[in-house]
Write a new protein. Structure first.
Ligand code: SAH
Ligand code: SF4
Ligand code: F3S
Length: 442
């Protein structure tokens, strides 16, 4: 066996890694994967950066401010390291892939840069004498043989597909995550059984266009049915679906399978056909609204959330008003709203920006305020109704209370009959705000 090639006087098995995660759920799952890859190499994960030999920030590139935050944070770790050169600091994930080896020059003291398809080779990068970069994208990498090291809790993340083929004009994801690839359904079912055996009660299927899942024989709807057949799992959810990939088989599986949450995140981006076309989203407003209508017929209690971008180049006041109107018409339970951020390498990078920062801010603030009112009104309709909650953890503010999610994925804070978590309990809703329902176990 080759030497346990750590640092002098230290075996690899003594080495520890601290991982900090930014961005979407896919990155959360990838951090668990990184921990899994490194566990194989003898590294143990630690929760405190001060106890770590390796500090790794798993980064996001979706908007400029996401990158700025990480750049600041990594500089902080580098300066805090001072003369403790034993500690190695690096960046993983989408921002690493986006800027590649330029990062080593831009951030002096950085030791390694690894993209989303390079995690299998991370130990080599850590063992190298010199700072290094591994940003090779690999059309076939799915990490299907790597067991992630999952955080404990009631909910487990399961990546079912990686990458994206859609190339929406504003988005870096296809460039930093590569082409779409699905994991084989049999591998995923086996993993789901293991998730259940480890005591998790909810599985969240992940992918950037998760409902485009297809391993050649199993489509997304079929996979949802297989997942909901797994004993021990009470709930199945998924994120992030694309409206244009929402096939009948998936809608029918949501309708038929009691364990599949009646909750759908359906990114709209804009309520204007002109802007949707400019973004190359692959559907019209009419098609989107027909989908919403169909979902509401098949799954009457469905909750909907969305993503909105304001200030895309060319967005007029009229386009923006159409977005605000459509949000009202759909009546979203929740919305993630963003100012357009121009990203290097995307198709929209070359399109001249037309909306000032001031107007972007004003548009964003208006949508946020309207969504707050809308969500409050929707949630208050739940007062006096009972709902089933998967108890997750002690509430932060109310002593002795618990917090969990209901089937529509709303946060419910409630007075329990027992403080055990991981239980499915019936809660009578007594009050509601924009983000949270409050009640007591009955
Ligand atoms: N795959 C998902 C979205 C993933 S990115 C989908 O297509 O539905 C999450 C959200 O970030 C997007 O839906 C979009 O609203 C926002 N986003 C992506 N790129 C952005 C950019 N350049 N500027 C602002 N917001 C952006
Ligand atoms: Fe980005 Fe569009 Fe792919 Fe979503 S579908 S990840 S917005 S390119
Ligand atoms: Fe960000 Fe990468 Fe997710 S860019 S949103 S972490 S796929």
């Amino acid at each position: 066996m080759p030497a346990l090639d750590g640092l002098p006087g230290q075996s690899r098995t003594d080495r520890t890694i601290y991982i900090e995660t930014y961005g979407c759920q896919m990155n959360v799952a990838d951090s668990e994967l990184i921990a899994g890859v490194l566990a194989r190499g003898g590294y143990a994960s630690v929760a405190n950066p001060e106890h770590a030999d390796i500090i790794l920030l798993n980064t996001c590139a979706i908007r400029e401010n996401a990158e700025q935050r990480v750049a600041q944070r990594v500089r902080h770790f580098i300066s805090a390291r001072e003369n403790n050169s034993r500690v190695r600091i690096g960046l993983a994930g989408c921002m690493a892939q986006h800027h590649r080896d330029r990062l080593l020059n831009a951030i002096p003291g950085l030791d390694f840069v690894v993209g989303p398809d390079g995690y299998r080779r991370l130990a080599q990068l850590l063992d190298a004498e010199e700072p290094g970069t591994d940003v090779r994208l690999d059309r076939s990498e799915t990490y299907q043989d790597i067991a992630p090291v999952r955080a404990s809790g009631v909910r487990a993340w399961l990546t079912i597909m990686r990458g994206c083929n859609r190339f929406c004009t504003f988005c870096v994801v296809p460039y930093v995550r590569g082409r779409e690839r699905s994991l084989p359904a049999d591998v995923l079912i086996k993993e789901a059984h293991s998730i259940a055996a480890h005591g998790f009660r909810e599985i969240v299927l992940l992918g950037q266009t998760v409902n485009a899942y297809n391993d050649g024989t199993t489509d997304f709807g079929a996979l949802l049915r297989m997942m909901s057949d797994i004993d021990g799992i009470d709930r199945v959810r998924f994120t992030s679906p694309h409206p244009a990939d929402m096939a009948d088989s998936a809608i029918e599986a949501m309708r038929d399978c009691g364990k599949v949450s009646p909750y759908l995140h359906l990114p709209l981006q804009s309520g204007s056909d002109r802007i949707l076309a400019a973004m190359d989203r692959g559907h019209t407003i009419d098609e989107y609204m027909r989908l919403v209508e169909r979902l509401r017929i098949e799954i009457p209690d469905i909750a909907l959330s969305t993503d909105i971008i304001v200030g895309y180049p060319g967005e007029t006041e009229a386009d923006f008003a159409a977005t605000a109107d459509l949000m009202d018409e759909v009546g979203y339970d929740h919305a993630f709203m963003f100012k357009y951020s121009r990203r290097e390498g995307t198709r929209a990078e070359k399109v001249k920006e037309t909306v000032s920062e001031q107007d972007k801010n004003a548009r964003l603030q208006r949508l946020i305020a309207e969504q707050l009112t809308r969500a409050t009104a929707i949630n208050q309709k739940r007062i006096g109704h009972a709902t089933e909650v998967l108890a997750e953890f002690p509430a932060r503010k109310q002593k002795g209370w618990l917090s969990g999610k209901d089937p529509q994925f709303k946060t419910v804070v409630f007075e329990p009959k027992s403080t055990d978590v991981g239980r499915l309990v019936t809660v009578m809703i007594e009050s509601a705000g924009p983000q949270t329902l409050l009640g007591r176990e009955v």
